[in-house]
Structures are given as structure tokens and as C-alpha cells.
Design a protein around this ligand. Structure first.
Ligand code: LLP
Length: 415
């Protein structure tokens, strides 16, 4: 079986071990080519002039990556002032940013408003708070389309069991609040959850939101959210989401709705994971191998401080083994890859079939670009890793320095 990094030419001739020697271990490595390709897939997801894809910054907010995504013509949605600032640093114009906030203060709403960024509110209460900031404001509302999907209950955001969105049953109340505060509704949006590999839940939610849209004439924006999955189990032959057939059906549904209603709003999606996940491999170093009661533990510097997804959601990330001594990879057997954090749940891959791994080897954790660095932490006072970008010509660019011990302590000293 050829590794993903080989079939894609991910490293473009760079040696993972040398990258670690130069930039430190662990290290997030990104491929410019893969990032651009995935951004294009999403930009073209509907065959309509009034379609636009956002990129959902929460998946990865590295400014250099945001610049590339901006160059590819995507807009963006942000969840916090910090994400707005990252987008500004990357050159995103304010009219290209959508603020999809959840339970935020009026100050945060104003932070976006002052910049001319459209704000989406997530409850009747927040709609009212927003409208009271001033008369005559424009707003978007996040509806809960009643359909949810996702790889874990923790990331399903549509349906009855979640904190998100305004219920379709509250449309009359929405209208009353809008009228009372002289607020104009210009957009509606939704997000059903993260990581679906079939188009059906998405299409069902699209249809539901389009039904809701009929209650509000003249909307400028209808945004169907993100959640498009990527195949995390490529080594076992998992197929990608069928983008071509999703595109056909999505486009048909939108065209039929426009024909029926005579309206042509800007249709949007807001994918995060799909754009960035496959563009990154997280590299780490093996520091110890041991056998405990019949389990082989491969001890690395890849703790859940660096990549939280396996610990948090039991997520699977394929692992590639790069031997330190140039030996050929042997037969696979069950090994458990763990990190260096003081919790027994600090497991990157449990009972995984991998070729023999030795101390000093380098491991590559696949598909680490989404919710990898952005969910990393300084737990155990560990330093967050550096990030590097392999450009189309194979050159390597540092796009984030590794933390240093000063940055760990600075907010606690000299008070
Ligand atoms: N729009 C909204 C309003 C969202 O809440 C999210 C993700 C997205 C768009 C982008 O979803 P995506 O296309 O990336 O699935 N940390 C989890 C995923 C959490 C997703 C949160 N919301 C993970 O690592 O799987």
C-alpha cells in the first residue's frame, strides 16, 4: 500500500525528518497545492452565478493559509473577534466576512457592526439585543433546520437536541421582534453539523431552509452551512464525498427554488474541514516503545495538546511511519500510539495495525489541517508547535513560529 503522502507527492522531495530537525517536533506541515485544490472544490460547489463559498475560519486560522484561501476567491465566516482579526490580517475585505455568532455580548456584535460585517444571530434573545443597538440595522438569523448530521454527537448542530439556531416554529416571533426594533432581515443561515460523507442530510437541510426562506421575501443571503466530510480512513480505502453528484443535486434544488419563487439571493455554504483537513500532516517523533501487559505503546510527542480530536471525539487519523534508519517497513501488528501528556486518555491511535515502529522514527498523522492546530493547547505547559507550508515549487516556508517559554509565562509575570 502506497502512503497518501507518496501518492500525492505531499512533501515535494522534502524529508520529514529534516523538517523536524529544522523547525522542531512536533510540526504541522501544509501543502499549498492540496489546499488550493480543496478550496476550488468548494468555490465551485454550485453551478450558479449567485453562489459563493465561505471558508469557516474555526477549522484553521493560520493567516498564511487564509491568504491562500482568499486568493482562491472564497469568502469567510468568523465566530469571534479574534477570527475577524485573523481575516483582516489575511486581507479579507469586510464585505466578504460573515459573523456567525453564538451567545455573544452586544460589544462583540458591535465589533462586527462597526466594521460593516453582517452579523447572524442565533436566538430570539440575541435578535432582540442586536436590534436594540440601533434602529435600522440589517441582520441575518441562524435557523435550526430540524435536520442534524455529524461524526459525533458533540458536533451535530441541527435538530432538536442542540443549542443552535432559531426554531422554524418561531417565525412569527422573529417577525415581531424585527418590526419592534426596526431591524431588516437580509439573510438566513444554518449549519447541520460537521462531517457527513453522504449528500442526503445536506440536501434535506437545504430544502428545509429554502422552505423557511419563503416566509421572508427579498432575502439577500441564504447560507446552508458547512459540514462536508473528508475520508479520514484512506488507508482502508474510504471513498471521498461524491462532490460531483452533490453539486448536480444542489444546483438543481437551488434552480427549482429560484424558478418557483422568482428570487435570486446569494446562496452560500461555509465549509471549514473540507478546505483545510487534507492539506496537512502533523509530524512527530517517537521517544519510547514499550510493552505493557500485552499492549505495545509507541510513546511520542503527539499528545492531545497538539491534536485533540482523537481524545475528544474518538476520531481516527491515519498514521504513516517514516523509519529513522531507512529500513523497509515490516509486517503490521497492533500498536497504540500515545503522547507525552499525563493522562491515560492521551491516545492518538488505539490498537492500530502499523508496521514495527522504533524509537527515533518519525510519524505522520494524516488529515490534520482542520481542528488540529486551532484546537491545540498549552496543557502541561507544552509549547504549541510551529507550522510550515510546502509551496507548489517545493520550497518550505515557516508560517507560524513555535511557542517559546517566554510566551507561556508572559501573562502571569510582572503584574
Ligand atoms: N458553520 C458553522 C456555524 C459551524 O459551527 C461550523 C463548525 C462550520 C460552519 C464548519 O463546519 P465544517 O465544514 O468544518 O464541518 N472540532 C470538531 C468540528 C467542530 C465543528 C464546529 N462547527 C472536529 O474536530 O471534528
Amino acid at each position: 500500500m502506497a502512503y497518501y503522502s507518496q501518492t500525492t507527492g505531499f512533501y515535494k522531495g522534502n524529508d520529514p525528518k529534516e523538517l523536524l530537525a529544522k523547525f522542531g517536533s512536533p510540526l504541522y506541515v501544509y501543502s499549498e497545492e492540496i489546499l488550493r485544490q480543496k478550496a476550488r472544490d468548494m468555490k465551485n460547489l454550485a453551478d450558479l452565478p449567485n453562489f459563493q463559498s465561505n471558508y469557516s475560519v474555526k477549522a484553521n486560522s493560520n493567516v498564511s493559509l487564509l491568504r491562500i484561501i482568499h486568493e482562491e476567491g472564497l469568502y469567510a465566516d468568523a465566530m469571534s473577534p479574534g477570527e475577524i482579526l485573523a481575516l483582516e490580517a489575511a486581507g479579507f475585505e469586510h464585505e466578504k466576512i460573515f459573523y456567525v455568532a453564538n451567545n455573544v455580548s452586544s460589544e462583540e456584535m458591535k465589533f462586527a457592526l462597526d466594521r460593516g460585517i453582517i452579523v447572524s444571530v442565533d436566538s430570539l434573545d440575541q435578535l432582540d439585543q442586536f436590534g436594540r443597538i440601533a434602529d435600522g440595522l440589517e441582520v441575518a438569523i441562524r435557523f435550526n433546520p430540524g435536520v442534524g448530521a455529524g461524526h459525533s454527537e458533540k458536533v451535530v448542530t441541527g435538530g432538536k437536541k442542540t443549542k443552535f439556531g432559531v426554531s422554524m416554529d418561531d417565525i412569527d416571533k422573529v417577525k415581531e421582534i424585527l418590526a419592534r426594533n426596526k431591524t431588516t432581515l437580509i439573510g438566513i443561515n444554518q449549519h447541520i453539523g460537521s462531517l457527513y460523507m453522504e449528500k442526503d442530510p445536506f440536501i434535506a437541510a437545504v430544502k428545509n431552509l429554502l422552505e423557511i426562506a419563503k416566509s421572508f421575501k427579498g432575502l439577500k443571503i441564504i447560507d446552508f452551512g458547512g459540514g462536508f466530510g473528508i475520508p479520514y480512513k484512506k488507508q482502508s480505502g474510504q471513498e471521498p464525498l461524491d462532490i460531483a453528484s452533490l453539486k448536480d443535486e444542489f444546483t438543481e434544488v437551488l434552480k427549482a427554488w429560484m424558478a418557483e419563487t422568482g428570487e435570486t439571493p446569494l446562496f452560500k455554504i461555509e465549509p471549514g474541514r473540507y478546505v483545510v483537513a487534507e492539506s496537512s500532516i502533523l509530524l512527530g517523533t517517537v521517544h519510547a516503545v514499550k510493552d505493557n501487559a500485552g499492549t505495545t505503546y509507541v510513546g511520542t510527542d503527539l499528545g492531545f495538546n497538539v491534536l485533540a480530536r482523537p481524545m475528544m471525539y474518538d476520531s481516527h487519523h491515519d498514521i504513516e511511519v517514516y523509519p529513522n534508519d531507512g529500513r523497509a517497513l515490516g509486517e503490521v501488528f497492533e500498536q497504540t500510539v500515545v503522547g507525552n501528556i499525563c493522562e491515560s486518555g492521551d491516545i492518538m491511535a488505539k490498537g492500530r495495525l502499523l508496521p514495527e515502529i522504533k524509537t527515533g522514527d518519525t510519524l505522520g498523522v494524516m488529515d490534520a489541517g482542520a481542528y488540529g492546530f486551532s484546537m491545540s493547547s498549552n496543557y502541561n505547559n507544552r509549547l504549541k508547535p510551529a507550522e510550515v507550508l510546502i509551496k507548489a515549487d517545493g520550497s518550505v516556508k515557516l508560517i507560524r513560529k513555535m511557542d517559546n517559554y517566554e510566551s507561556l509565562l508572559i501573562n502571569m509575570l510582572n503584574l
